[in-house]
Design a protein around this ligand. Structure first.
Ligand code: PAF
Length: 285
């Protein structure tokens, strides 16, 4: 595996691949890799000749007081895991390499970034949109592979790729879960002692919402209140938001209608913020 830390280095390797007529599926990450990331790599392997990945903790997507400094980093471990999985190139730039000077250009998808996580993390999706646009311009992959756990992120990125005519196919791979249902996340490493078990409250709340919809409930308020009730029963877990939205537009569904609805939520346990979602096929119920 090539470990490349510069934009010029990635471009040079990319030119070689074009000459050889080989395609790239790209998995962008912030490192601290877990089985969820590795499943994205496996997904990508079937979609192009080579899988490339990046590890970059993007300062632009962290707000003041968020966990940028504490975010887990272990490049040597990440490198070994990716190599074992058959990744052919790892791009691991420094912040200085990615942002050679303060960016004055903004990339934003405001309609899709305002609600859900965006309402609680102002500027977060602008930071994601900026770095993903830059990464796509550097790597120029044929396929971009994202995870369904970050559903809103995938909707934002699909739209920016479409609106900016970026020639890449966006693939979203399913969420990978621990045995007890907790969605895999680099931030799970922050959960210590009883908090790890309490974290299953997110999945339990989503399931409670889904069961109501499958039983015929069509009131968004009722479903969201039921999800909130599950979280309220598990202090010190605290609800940040629950939402029942159209999976493509992220517009709230009220009443709940259409072929499928996305249940999404964020919960904090201490200083750890957990997000997850569940797609419910409402029309068949
Ligand atoms: O999902 C992530 O890990 C990040 O938001 C991404 C897409 C790598 C951009 O920094």
């Amino acid at each position: 595996m090539h470990l490349v830390t510069t934009v010029a280095g990635v471009r040079s390797r990319r030119r070689e691949l074009w000459r050889a007529g080989r395609t790239v599926a790209f998995v962008p990450t912030m490192g601290a890799l877990h089985a969820g990331h590795l499943s994205l790599v496996d997904h990508a392997a079937g979609l192009a000749d080579e899988v490339w990945a990046s590890v970059f903790v993007n300062p632009a997507q962290f707000g003041p007081g968020e966990d940028l400094d504490a975010y887990p980093r272990d490049l040597e471990r990440d490198r070994a895991l990716l190599e074992e999985r058959g990744v052919r190139l790892l791009f691991a730039p420094s912040a200085k390499e990615m942002y050679r000077r303060p960016a004055v250009v903004r990339v934003a998808v405001p309609e899709l970034s305002a609600g859900l996580c965006g309402a609680h993390r102002p500027g977060h999706f602008d930071g994601v949109a900026l770095v993903v646009t830059k990464l796509l311009n550097v790597v120029q992959p044929e396929v971009l592979v994202l995870g369904a756990k970050d559903w809103q992120q995938s909707v934002v990125i699909r739209r920016l790729v479409d609106d900016l005519d970026i020639p890449v196919r966006v693939e979203v791979a399913p969420t990978v879960r621990e045995a007890d249902g907790l969605a895999m996340s680099s931030r799970n490493a922050y959960l210590l002692g009883d908090d790890r078990e309490r974290a299953t409250v997110v999945r339990r709340a989503l399931r409670a919402g889904a069961e109501l919809i499958m039983a015929g409930e069509r009131s968004r308020a009722t479903v969201e209140a039921a999800m909130a009730g599950v979280v309220a029963a598990e202090p010190p877990a605290r609800l940040q938001y629950t939402a029942v939205v159209d999976p493509q537009t992220l517009v709230p569904r009220d009443p709940i209608a259409g072929p499928s609805s996305l249940l999404a939520m964020a919960v904090t346990i201490g200083t750890t913020r957990l997000i997850d979602n569940l797609l419910v096929e409402s029309e068949r119920c």
